[in-house]
Design a protein around this ligand. Structure first.
Ligand SMILES: CC(C)(COP(=O)(O)OP(=O)(O)OC[C@H]1O[C@@H](n2cnc3c(N)ncnc32)[C@H](O)[C@@H]1OP(=O)(O)O)[C@@H](O)C(=O)NCCC(=O)NCCS
Length: 162
């Protein structure tokens, strides 16, 4: 567990439990809806397609699935961030709108990378939203192929040697 933040509200990052799937689902859905405008442009059909599989049941299955490791970030008793690694892929990394740009995304990424290293993984891959591309570039990820289009969205494969 790590804590950071010089003044309240301090943030605490811990390994995610399957019992936190519902709260994690809320974080992911809120972040997609409100933080990813460059991706969905507020188009209800695109947003609906993106959110379709972001259910508490699926979050629970992903958190407890083979090769999975997940982290939650809390401020007081409110979950404000969530990240999921599946094998050598960073599958999800989402922060609530009110907690953006305060170092939380970077801290979640560092947890996932350190954990992957410990698991003997030498390279982490991900599919970046348009929204997050600059963030991943700043954190050492490089594009690794052409952007992929799906359901009106575009994702950019990226990877980083750990
Ligand atoms: C991508 C994401 C996880 C990053 O989380 P975050 O907590 O905002 O990231 P951090 O605070 O660690 O870093 C944000 C950077 O933006 C900078 N920043 C500050 N204010 C900013 C602003 N108004 N707009 C853009 N960037 C800003 C910060 O200084 C920081 O820069 P640095 O990396 O050079 O230090 C978050 O933006 C998010 O949830 N986005 C929507 C979901 C998404 O696209 N997730 C990725 C799925 S692949």
């Amino acid at each position: 567990m790590i804590s950071f933040g010089a003044a309240p509200p301090a943030t605490c990052i811990t390994a995610a439990k399957v019992t936190e799937a519902q709260a994690a689902c809320h974080v992911v859905r809120q972040s997609i809806t409100h933080c990813c405008m460059p991706d969905h442009g507020g188009d209800p059909a695109i947003l609906a397609a993106w959110l379709a599989n972001k259910t508490p049941e699926n979050l629970a299955a992903w958190i407890s699935g083979p090769g999975a490791a997940a982290w939650v970030a809390y401020r007081a008793d409110v979950m404000v961030g969530f990240a999921l690694r599946t094998h050598a892929t960073l599958a999800l990394c989402y922060v609530l709108p009110e907690a953006l740009y305060q170092g939380l995304g970077r801290a979640l990424l560092r947890e996932a990378e350190a954990d992957a290293r410990q698991a003997g993984i030498s390279e982490l891959a991900l599919e970046s939203t348009r929204t997050a591309q600059a963030f991943y570039l700043r954190n050492g990820y490089a594009p690794s192929g052409s952007a992929r289009a799906w359901a009106g969205l575009q994702s950019q494969p990226m990877r980083k040697m750990l």
